[in-house]
Design a protein around this ligand. Structure first.
Ligand code: MN
Length: 344
C-alpha cells in the first residue's frame, strides 16, 4: 500500500462477488474475462499452497474481491498486483495465522490502491477483517511519509519503530511484515534509489520488529535482502565464502555423524537441519569483532528439534561427544534465554 505495490493508477474496481453497480462498457469485456481467468488460476494455486486456509469461504471471497478491485493493475515486474496480495496472504498462512488475518492480507492494499471503500468492505467482510485492513492502510501511509522525509535519520526511524511496537493489534504488524517481505523479495524491479530507501527502512524498522515478535526466519530473510541491496559487493563476497560446496559438504558430513549418534542413543528428533547461517548475521559479527570470515566459528549451524528440555540436553551431550566444545563459546540458551525470547 501507499506506493509499496508500485501499481499503475487505480482503476474502477469490478466485483466478481456481487453485481457491479454500473455495468462495465462492453469494450472492456475481454479484460473482465482475463481477470476472471487470472482469479481462477490464482485460486487454484492458493488451494495447492495453503489448502486449509483457502478451503474457507471467507478466503475465496477475499481473493475474489481483491482480484476484482486490483483488476488491470500491474506491478513494475509485470506481475498483476493481486499476485502481491496473494503472496502476502500465503506468508501469513504459512505462519499458521488464523483465517481473518490471511483474508486481511489478501485485502491489505485494496483501500490504498483501488477504488474500494471501507464501507463496501464492511458490507462484505467481518468487522475484524476490515479493522485489520484499515490498520494496515494507516500504517502504510505513515511508512510512506517516513520514507519520503528527506533524511531517513535514526530519530525518525526510532519514532516510527516505537509507534509500530505500540500498535494495539499485533496482527496488523504481522500483515505489514508479510507485505514488506514480498516487496523486498521483488525489490529488483524498483529503481535503485527506491531500493535503497526501502532496504534502509526495512533494516532499521521492520527487521527489528520481526525479531521482537519472534519471527526469526522473517527477520533473517529481511536482513539478507537489505544487505544485498545496501552492500552488494560485501554481500556477494560473503555469500560465496559461506554458501559454497565445501561448506555444504562439511554440513552434510556433520549431519550424518550427528544423525548416527542420535539413532544409536534412541533419540527421536522432530527435525534435523544443517544450514549456513544468514549472511547479515555473520557480517554483523565480523564488523563487531573486526575479524574476517575465517574467525567466525558459527557461519554454519546444525539445528535439532526435539520434544522436551530433557532430550534437548541429551542431544547437546551427543554434540559435545562428537565435537570438542570451545569453552568460551558454549552458551546454554535453554537455561538462559535471550532477551528476545529465543530459548534453545
Ligand atoms: Mn502491499
Amino acid at each position: 500500500g501507499g506506493g509499496d505495490a508500485a501499481a499503475a493508477a487505480p482503476e474502477r474496481g469490478r466485483f466478481l462477488a456481487g453485481a457491479p453497480p454500473d455495468a462495465s462498457p462492453s469494450a472492456s469485456s475481454d479484460d473482465a474475462g482475463g481477470d476472471r481467468a487470472l482469479y481462477a488460476e490464482l485460486l487454484e494455486e492458493a488451494l495447492e499452497r495453503a489448502p486449509r486456509a483457502f478451503s474457507a469461504r471467507l478466503m475465496v471471497r477475499a481473493l475474489s474481491v481483491a482480484a476484482s478491485a486490483h483488476a488491470g493493475q500491474v506491478r513494475r515486474s509485470g506481475e498483476p498486483v493481486v499476485r502481491h496480495a496473494l503472496e502476502t496472504a500465503l506468508v501469513l498462512a504459512g505462519q499458521g495465522l488464523d483465517d481473518a488475518v490471511v483474508a486481511a492480507g489478501l485485502l491489505h492494499d485494496t483501500l490504498d490502491d483501488t477504488m474500494m471503500t471501507e464501507d463496501t468492505l464492511r458490507e462484505m467482510f467481518p468487522a475484524d477483517v476490515v479493522d485489520m485492513v484499515v490498520g494496515v492502510s494507516r500504517m502504510s501511509l505513515i511508512s510512506q511519509l517516513h520514507r519520503d522525509s528527506a533524511v531517513l535519520d535514526s530519530q525518525g526511524s526510532d519514532r516510527f519503530k516505537a509507534m509500530l511496537f505500540a500498535m494495539a493489534d499485533v496482527r496488523v504488524v504481522l500483515i505489514k511484515l508479510a507485505d514488506r517481505l514480498h516487496n523486498m523479495r521483488t525489490l529488483e524491479h524498483l529503481p535503485a534509489a527506491k531500493q535503497r530507501g526501502m532496504a534502509r527502512e526495512t533494516l532499521h524498522v521492520f527487521a527489528p520488529l520481526a525479531n521482537r515478535l519472534g519471527i526469526w526466519n522473517v527477520k533473517a530473510e529481511l536482513e539478507d535482502l537489505c544487505f544485498k541491496y545496501l552492500e552488494p559487493e560485501q554481500y556477494e563476497q560473503l555469500k560465496s565464502g559461506v554458501n559454497n560446496e565445501r561448506n555444504l559438504g562439511l554440513l552434510l558430513q556433520a549431519l550424518d555423524a550427528l544423525n548416527q549418534r542420535l539413532d544409536a542413543r534412541g533419540l527421536k528428533c522432530r527435525d534435523l537441519l544443517g544450514r549456513p547461517k544468514h549472511l547479515y548475521g555473520i557480517f554483523g559479527k565480523m564488523q563487531a569483532k573486526g575479524v574476517g570470515l575465517d574467525e567466525i566459528y558459527d557461519a554454519c549451524a546444525l539445528r535439532v528439534i526435539v520434544d522436551s528440555e530433557e532430550e534437548c540436553y541429551a542431544v547437546l551431550e551427543e554434540v559435545h561427544a562428537q565435537w570438542e566444545p570451545l569453552s568460551q563459546k558454549t552458551k546454554d540458551y535453554i537455561a538462559s534465554p535471550k532477551a528476545n525470547g529465543y530459548q534453545s
